[in-house]
Design a protein around this ligand. Structure first.
Ligand code: BYC
Length: 314
């Protein structure tokens, strides 16, 4: 006898409660599929757009070692985009549609990549703060209920760990460096602190997707919980190194948690809506890359067609 939708839902939720992974061919509620496609495709876009701010410094790295590290990091981000687009494809999303939505400006990607990288030290700040915030969120997502996303997150988190360490290494070096180096690093921290705090997502009271994502085991923590973990880790590291943070309200409470002051959410929503300092520049760069890559797509398609006809001829 075939199951009703209610029975299927009950079984789906029981599987999640038992800690089982949901796999691509399994029954899932339409809303679970929609939420995952939304989140995973936004995540993929963030990785690909996220290559741009640091990528701009590859030709200007201060030495060969730094250049090799940065090249490896940016290349990792391209790989993360690939895993994530594949994970979204397992849910029925097409690569063409996801890319069309990114290039037309319809799709969201992380707000944090819409700020400029003004000095070399910005790469250090991105490594520690942006990758650090991403890791807090992604370590949680590595335990998520959807198999392909959780497995992609395990590998991505390992690589992000290296990204964060290379950022921290530079931040430590500059703390011990000349006054000009320390000042350059402090300026980068001042500019990347709030975008990193905000990239974790709006306060729980303004986060419409969190309840359903928690119910179905995609998120296991709320945005504010992840943000608290991030600030608790970062504030002592940076203060210990002699840097300051651009938040006059930052303080440690009686439980040892580092509490932030008020967050300028209007600025965040402006960036999310496309009005940040670099939104237009980022989209233009992706559009140009897509146009420049047309001959590669055509060559791959022609090769595939030729191969198929040769195989058919026997
Ligand atoms: N930027 O209900 P909420 C990286 C949107 S890249 C823009 O809380 P949710 C790296 C949100 O989409 C890693 N939009 O949403 C790469 C929603 O709008 P829609 C980036 C944002 O999904 C290169 C609305 O606001 N990480 O590591 O429960 C170099 C309401 O929000 C943002 C990921 O993508 C934002 N920051 O929670 C270096 C992780 N925040 O879609 C590093 C995957 C929120 O309903 N994503 N919005 O129209 C997630 O974990 C979750 O989607 C979020 C938001 C925590 C980001």
């Amino acid at each position: 006898m075939s199951q009703t939708d209610e029975e299927k839902l009950a079984e789906f939720e029981a599987r999640i409660a038992r800690g089982e992974k949901i796999e691509p061919g399994d029954w899932m509620p339409d809303e679970y599929r929609r939420q995952l496609i939304r989140m995973i495709s936004q995540h993929a876009h963030s990785e690909v757009v996220g290559m741009l701010p640091e990528g701009a410094w590859i030709t200007r790295a201060p030495n060969l070692r730094r250049k090799m590290v940065l090249l490896a990091k940016v290349q990792d981000e391209a790989g993360h985009g690939q895993y994530l687009y594949h994970a979204a494809e397992t849910l029925g999303a097409t690569r063409e549609q996801m890319l069309a939505d990114l290039l037309s400006g319809k799709a969201k990607y992380s707000s944090v990549f819409n700020y400029p990288t003004l000095t070399w030290a910005d790469n250090a700040a991105i490594g520690l703060l942006v990758d650090g915030a991403a890791i807090k969120n992604q370590t949680m997502l590595a335990h998520c209920s959807y198999g392909p996303y959780s497995r992609a997150m395990v590998r991505i988190c390992i690589e992000e760990g290296f990204h964060k360490k290379q950022g921290l290494e530079m931040i430590i070096r500059y703390a011990q460096g000349t006054p000009v180096q320390r000042e350059m690093m402090q300026d980068a921290i001042n500019r990347w602190w709030w975008p990193s705090v905000k990239m974790i997502g709006p306060h729980d009271s303004d986060s419409p997707n969190t309840p359903v994502l928690k119910r179905w085991g995609v998120k296991t923590k709320t945005n504010d919980e992840v943000r608290q973990e991030f600030i608790n880790e970062m504030a002592p590291i940076l203060l210990e190194l002699g840097y300051t943070l651009p938040d006059p309200g930052l303080h440690q409470d009686e439980n040892g948690d580092w509490r932030h002051g008020p967050i300028d959410w209007d600025e965040f929503w402006q960036v999310v809506r496309g009005n940040g300092p670099c939104n237009k520049e980022r989209l233009a760069a992706r559009q140009k890359a897509h146009e420049d890559g047309l001959w590669v797509r055509e060559a791959v398609a022609a090769y595939a067609e030729k191969r198929q006809s040769v195989m058919a001829e026997g």
